[in-house]
Every structure is written in structure tokens, then in C-alpha cells.
Design a protein around this ligand. Structure first.
Ligand code: DPX
Ligand code: MG
Length: 582
């Protein structure tokens, strides 16, 4: 399911209209819809407002219920599943569960992932009554989770009547899939088991509005004319490319133009790194060798699904602007005096590919200026473990069927140094940047992509936020490999602005796995303090198919990438800009 989101591939299930319509309840209707859009799992934390709903979801044998340790992790597990599988669902209880999950849902919004958050809710009879209820603010207002959800989803609905449930459920799911954003569905606990209509054909939910053909034609003509006048165009790939389902079409345009293709850090692996025109990660001052130079040398930059924020522009020092920039966004193309909307990115790229002529100058120049970074030499097996040695040893593990998941921290910059061969995938939560995201996201991703080798690179500080979800990997016997980089603190923050707040309590990270294993788990926890110990630990990890292996890699507090130091200096300068005079 990795190339095409699940809902795009999902074949409408045949609905037996002769079945008794009363055979469906609100909960089983929802389950059927989730299954029809291609989900095989949904993530859940139980609570009395959602127990009947969970029973209803369990009754659908095509959907497996997967339990999480808390609702933040439940949301992030679903977010990781959506990365692998195209969409996801998480079920929580009212307020105490939903408010924790909201942080992950906001992350899914920022990262353009359709995660459907479903919350159990108070009995419909208790609304507009004098009753006070548990898990609330001890007021008669139960509307605040819905109101909050509206700010972090593309659709938020509250179901208090079985008759309205099908339309509201369909609206929420349809919006999420179309907009690649999360949705929120709240269901009163006495409504989940109430009878409702049977689901109609799923095509009504999946159908997309086509691009406006006149606008598409005009946009393509104008863009082709723009490129015809240029000698040295470069394509810059951004993270919204995948959400727009336009990865193949970006390759078509690259092939047609024959120009250099640079990729933003947040989009690493969205354009194949073994494509002959791939020139590396463009990240301002810390770009791959040659990538920044070729972007600077170009006379036109075609920005495809890009997001320029303070981090990706390295503290606003690498912000492409001006008449040479053409931006092709999810549903919009704009450059110079033009601004076209209501066109799908994939339609625009595919049609433009058929119109343009070859523009290979940037590839000629790139080949002249490009110098590979020299390969690192292995350190002596008994010498102290260093960050560079960790990356060197991870490199050969990344095969075409591997997904690397890189947590916020120096793992971002370490991850950029890995080459992704063939269909290797790279996952990063760079827009939202919530530390701790990667542990549950790795769990969810591994369930969504059971045939892939999953490697997670996670800092010690991040791990402490969501460590419990390793126990769920153990429960499900998922053989993921976690490189836990123990540099004794928040090193990325150290490089931006240091203080005592960047020191954290050390844990016995490897030892923790035994505690999670309890009486029946097969996780392995190992500690590496030298290159030799790391190599041995990797062998153990590769042999362990019965559960996750966590390798605690102990390094010095200041042993970080040079890229982090340069980036940290410029981001720190951007943060420190004084207020404008009044
Ligand atoms: C913070 C960050 O140990 O990685 O490589 O040592 O930096 P490094 P760690 O995981 O530490 C992470 C730490 C504290 N960011 O350096 S990036 C601020 C922050 C955040 N998200 C949340 N809280 C605080 N990004 C939820
Ligand atoms: Mg750290």
C-alpha cells in the first residue's frame, strides 16, 4: 500500500442491499466504512464512553483492534499507520482521552495525514439536562472537545442521533481523505449500538472532484511558456507531494525536463534518490554537497508541494522568492502574475511533462561541481562510540524494503546522511516536530507495513515522552530496530541555546526492555559504548524476529553533526531577532 494511499486503491466492497437494514448499528456502519477505505487496523484506548463502540468495531472481522498505552500514543500510532497505509483511525474516550489525542491529531494536520479520531461521548439524554458527568469540566457544557477539534481537523462532527449518523460519518471520512487532514467523530455512548441505515457504495465517499479542465489547460500553457524562456530550471520537491498523490507525476516532469531535482529534508525519499537527476537534499547552508550551489545557480525553481518554514529555510536564510520561482502546490499553481486554483497537483505535473522541452544545463553543471563526501573510515572496534560511527553502521542496513523513521533532534541530521536505495522510505515529522512522535509512529507504521524492515533513530530526550509504546511493539512481536541515541540530554536545544533545562535524568534504556517484556515478551535491549559493541548488537537485532530490539548507543553530550551546529546557529539567530520598534 506504500505507493498509493489505501483509500485510493480500495475497491468498493459489495454491499448486500437485501440485508436487513436494521442489521447495521452506528458502530458497525462506521466499522464497515473504515474497512471499505482500506483500513485493516484501528488503534484504541478503552473508556466507559466508548466500550459499546469498541464492541461494535470488533464485530467487523476485517478490522483488527490494536491497543495503545495512552491516547497521545494512540494518535501518533494512527499517524504512523497513515504514513504507511494512506489513512488511519484511532478510538478514545471523552475529553480525558480526546484531549490527549488532540496533540497527535494536530500533528497529523500539520503533516497532511488523514487520521480519523473517534471519541465516545456522554449519553444523548444527559445533554441539555441538569446532570453533571465524569470526564468533563463539571459544567453542563459538553461541546468543548468538538469546538477544539474544529481547529485541528478538516471536519468535526458530533453524533447524537442514529438517523443522522451515516451522513455525518461519511462527511467526516470523505473530508479527511480528500483534504489529507484529520477528522473528528464524536459518538454518544447510547448511540453506538443503535440501529441505522446500511452503508451505500463507498464510491460516494471516495469520489474526488476533478481538476477544472480549463484552469488546468491555462496553468499548463503558462507554466510551459515560463519554462521555455529558462535555460537552467531546477525542481525542488516538498513534503506535500506525497499527500497530493503526485510522486509518479513528479518523476514524469523530471524525466521530461532532464534538469536537476533537489529534495527538501521533510520530503526525503519522496523522489527516488537513485534517479540520475537527484542532486540531494536542499536545506540552505546544510544542503548535500552541490545541491545548494545548483539551486543558487538555477534561473528558475519549480517548487512542488514545498513548505518553507523557519527550520526548512535555516532561520529564513534560504527562502526561495522572486520572479524565477514557480510554485505548484496541492491544488494551486502560482508564479509571476498567475495564480491558478482548483487543479490537482498530479494532473498539473503530468500535463506539464507532456508540454516541456529538455533543459539539461543544471545536470551538466552539477556533474562539474559535485564532490561526494568521502566515506567515513570505521573506528577501531574498542574505541569509544561516536555519532559518525553509528551512522556508518546503519547505512548498510538501509535496503530497498527499509523504512527509516527519524525523530526530532540530531536524528534528523543523521538521517539526512543515509542514502535511500530503490523503494527505501524515510519518515520525519518535520513540520510539527513533537519529540516522542517516533515511538508510537514506528509502532503504527510497522503494523501498516508488515513486510518492511523498520529502523527508528530516536534521541534519549524524545524517547522519554512516549517510551511505553515499545511495550505494544513487544505485544505484537514487531521486529523493529530502535537506535536510541543516548547523548545525555536535549542536544539540538544545546546547539540552539544551552542551559540547565537541556539536561535530562538518565535511564537504563536497554534495561527498560526487560521490564516491558515481563513474563512473555521477546524484545531485546542492548547497550553499545564502542563500535565493536554496536556491530554485535546489530547482529542480535537482525536475528530477533520475535520483537523489537532497542540498541542504546551511548555517546558524548556534544557529539553531534556539523549540520546541527550550523543550523542551530542560524535558527537561534532567527529566534533572537529583537521586536520591531513600535
Ligand atoms: C526538544 C528537543 O535527546 O535528541 O539529538 O539530543 O537533540 P537530541 P533528544 O531526543 O532531545 C530532543 C530535544 C526538547 N524540543 O533536543 S528537539 C522541544 C520540544 C519539542 N516537542 C515537545 N516538547 C518540547 N520539539 C513535545
Ligand atoms: Mg539527546
Amino acid at each position: 500500500m506504500l505507493d498509493t494511499p489505501a483509500h485510493a486503491k480500495a475497491k468498493p466492497a459489495v454491499v448486500t442491499r437485501s440485508a436487513d437494514v436494521n442489521a447495521y448499528t452506528v458502530g458497525s456502519y462506521l466499522a464497515e466504512r473504515l474497512s471499505q477505505i482500506g483500513l485493516k487496523h484501528h488503534f484504541a484506548v478503552a473508556g466507559d464512553y466508548n466500550l459499546v463502540l469498541l464492541d461494535q468495531l470488533l464485530s467487523n472481522k476485517a478490522l483488527e483492534q490494536v491497543y495503545c498505552s495512552n491516547e497521545l500514543n494512540c494518535g501518533f500510532s494512527a499517524e504512523g499507520y497513515a504514513r504507511a497505509h494512506g489513512a488511519a483511525a484511532a478510538v478514545v474516550t471523552f475529553t480525558v482521552g480526546a484531549l490527549s489525542a488532540f496533540n497527535a491529531i494536530a500533528g497529523a494536520y500539520a503533516e497532511n495525514l488523514p487520521v480519523i479520531l473517534i471519541s465516545g461521548a456522554p449519553n444523548s439524554n444527559d445533554r441539555a439536562s441538569e446532570h453533571l458527568l465524569h470526564h468533563t469540566l463539571a459544567t453542563h457544557d459538553f461541546s468543548y472537545p468538538l469546538e477544539m477539534a474544529k481547529r485541528i481537523t478538516c471536519a468535526a462532527v458530533s453524533i447524537t442521533s442514529a438517523a443522522d449518523a451515516p451522513a455525518l460519518i461519511d462527511h467526516a471520512i470523505r473530508s479527511a481523505l480528500r483534504e489529507k487532514k484529520p477528522a473528528y467523530i464524536e459518538i454518544a455512548c447510547n448511540i453506538s449500538g443503535a440501529s441505522c441505515a446500511a452503508p451505500g457504495p463507498i464510491s460516494g465517499v471516495l469520489a474526488e472532484e476533478p481538476s477544472d479542465s480549463e484552469t488546468l489547460h491555462a496553468a499548463v500553457e503558462a507554466a510551459a511558456a515560463f519554462l521555455r524562456e529558462k535555460e537552467k530550471p531546477v525542481l525542488l520537491i516538498g513534503s506535500k507531494l506525497r499527500a497530493a498523490g503526485a510522486e509518479k507525476e513528479a518523476i514524469q516532469l523530471a524525466d521530461a525536463l532532464g534538469c536537476s531535482v533537489a529534495v527538501m529534508a521533510a520530503a526525503k525519499s519522496f523522489f527516488p534518490e537513485d534517479h540520475p537527476q537527484f542532486v540531494g537534499i536542499y536545506w540552505g547552508e546544510i544542503s548535500a554537497p552541490g545541491a545548494r550551489e545548483i539551486v543558487d545557480w538555477s534561473d528558475s525553481l519549480v517548487c512542488i508541494g514545498t513548505i518553507f518554514n523557519d527550520y526548512s529555510t535555516v532561520g529564513w536564510t534560504a527562502m526561495p522568492t522572486g520572479v524565477g520561482v514557480l510554485t505548484a502546490d496541492t491544488n494551486r499553481v502560482h508564479f509571476g502574475k498567475y495564480d491558478f486554483s482548483r487543479i490537482h497537483l498530479r494532473d498539473f505535473l503530468a500535463a506539464l511533462a507532456r508540454k516541456v522541452e529538455k533543459r539539461g544545463a543544471t545536470m551538466v553543471e552539477y556533474k562539474r561541481i559535485h564532490a561526494e563526501r568521502p566515506p567515513e573510515n570505521p573506528t577501531k572496534p574498542d574505541s569509544k562510540l561516536m555519532r559518525a560511527e553509528i551512522v556508518r553502521q546503519i547505512r548498510p542496513l538501509v535496503t530497498s524494503d527499509t523504512t527509516v523513521i527519524a525523530e526530532t533532534g540530531d536524528s534528523w541530521f543523521n538521517g539526512m546522511q543515509l542514502k535511500m536505495p530503490g523503494n527505501a522510505r524515510f519518515e520525519i515529522e518535520m513540520q510539527y516536530g513533537h519529540i516522542g512522535w517516533s515511538v508510537p509512529a514506528t509502532f503504527g507504521y510497522a503494523l501498516g507495513a508488515p513486510d518492511r524492515r523498520i529502523i527508528a533513530m530516536i534521541g534519549d530526550g524524545s524517547f522519554q515522552l512516549t517510551a511505553q509504546e515499545v511495550a505494544q511493539m513487544i505485544r505484537r512481536k514487531l521486529p523493529v530496530i530502535i537506535f536510541l541515541i543516548n547523548n545525555h540530554g536535549y542536544t539540538i536545544e544545546v546547539e540552539i541555546h544551552d542551559g540547565p533545562y537541556n539536561n535530562i535524568k538518565n535511564w537504563d534504556y536497554a534495561g527498560l526492555i526487560d521490564a516491558f517484556n515481563a513474563e512473555d515478551g521477546h524484545g531485546r535491549g542492548l547497550r553499545a559504548t564502542t563500535g565493536g559493541e554496536l556491530a554485535e548488537a546489530i547482529k542480535v537485532a537482525l536475528a530477533n524476529k520475535q520483537g523489537p530490539t532497542l540498541i542504546e548507543c551511548v555517546i558524548d553530550r556534544d557529539d553531534c553533526t556539523a549540520d546541527l551546529i550550523s543550523w542551530g546557529r542560524l535558527v537561534s539567530a532567527a529566534n533572537a531577532r529583537p521586536p520591531r520598534p513600535q
